[in-house]
Write a protein that binds this ligand. Structure first.
Ligand code: P6P
Length: 339
């Protein structure tokens, strides 16, 4: 008898642990899982279905929207609209947040911030891409939903997760009681528990950064990169450098193998490139729940008070000792250079 536990069975089993255990969050995670399976099908045949190439429109980031970006966005919004538990979706692909108006969602309590297909520039070259989602409860159920319901600190998330569409497709999520990973079994069309109680691998011996931006990095980051490259047997340096250019894939590797991902401020992105609400906050929640750390170099990511939906932030995320080290070197450089 093959013993496996599907995502649905796991969610129901854990439902009792969740303070709002009325099944709402369970249904929300189920809805996300359904959309993920549809997106996975299209990502897997992207090269065949003429779904590649630009959609001829641009998103708020001014980035060309790939057809799969738009398709993925539509699938998640549709699944969340039909599921009845979500009242608002804030998506990377839309300038403004979307109020869900289906009758079934009239009293919905949850807000989903989502990057439907992160790393989409990698689609055409067959590199892993991902979906990242963050779930909040509305602040006040008596008032109509407003932007203040959405711009909550990451520490208020009730759940967060990602789907990585790679050599296998996995969903990894947390509701604040640890991190669990599910691998899609295409023979039965179900996500099955494959990585229970995930913890970031220790010690971290990999660093992940786009060194093409080196000349514009803060001095402390430059010093940290050199630190990673020094020979030191006691601390098992030099570390390995690994950079995929798809945040979900880089973070997923570091979760499993240990490591730090860094996207500091650069000339092109003086506030950092990655978005707080639907990239850094959800991934920070997951990495902290797995025993790691995530900061903007000075402040815990989850403690940042969001000011706008698409705001960006520098991000340093991974093993706690590695993030502590780069933070320390940034302080030392600021003192040394008087910046
Ligand atoms: P760069 C992909 O476009 C993305 O948003 C993240 O997935 C990834 O980590 C980052 O940008 C890569 O940026 O500047 O190194 O190409």
């Amino acid at each position: 008898m093959i013993r496996f536990k599907t995502l649905g069975q796991f969610i129901i089993e854990k439902q009792a642990e969740f303070p709002y255990a009325k099944g709402e969050l369970s249904r929300l995670l189920r809805d996300i899982g359904i959309a993920a399976k549809v997106v996975n099908r299209e990502v897997n045949k992207a090269g065949l279905a003429d779904i590649l190439g630009d959609h001829g429109t641009c998103n708020i980031q001014g980035e060309e929207q790939k057809k799969l970006d738009v398709f993925a966005d539509e699938q998640f919004i549709d699944a969340l609209s039909q599921g009845g538990e979500c009242c608002v979706v804030a998506s990377e692909e839309h300038d403004e947040y979307i109020k869900i108006k289906t009758p079934v969602s009239a009293n919905a309590k949850y807000i989903v911030c989502i990057d439907p297909l992160d790393g989409s520039s990698n689609i055409d070259v067959n590199v892993s891409v991902g979906t990242i989602f963050s779930i909040y409860r509305r602040n006040n159920l008596d008032n109509p939903v407003s932007i203040t319901d959405i711009l909550q600190k990451g520490v208020n998330q009730v759940a967060a997760g990602y789907i990585v569409y790679g050599s296998s497709t996995m969903m990894v999520y947390t509701t604040g009681r640890g991190v669990n990973g599910f691998t899609l079994d295409p023979t039965i069309g179900e996500f099955c528990l494959s990585h229970p109680k995930m913890r970031i691998n220790e010690p971290g011996l990999m660093y992940s950064i786009n060194e093409g931006n080196y000349v514009h990095f803060p001095q402390g980051v430059k010093n940290y990169i050199k630190y990673c490259q020094e020979e030191d047997r006691a601390t098992q340096r030099p570390y390995s450098s690994r950079y995929i250019g798809s945040m979900v894939a880089d973070i997923h590797r570091n979760l499993l193998k240990g490591g730090i991902f860094l996207y500091p401020a650069t000339a092109a992105y003086p506030s950092g490139k990655l978005r707080l609400m639907y990239e850094c906050n959800p991934l920070a929640f997951i990495i902290e729940q797995a025993g790691g750390k995530a900061s903007n170099g000075h402040v815990r990511i989850l403690d940042i008070q969001p000011q706008s939906l698409h705001q960006r932030t520098p991000v340093f995320i991974g093993n706690k000792a590695m993030v502590d080290q780069v933070e320390k070197m940034m302080v030392e450089a600021a003192i040394a250079y008087g910046v």
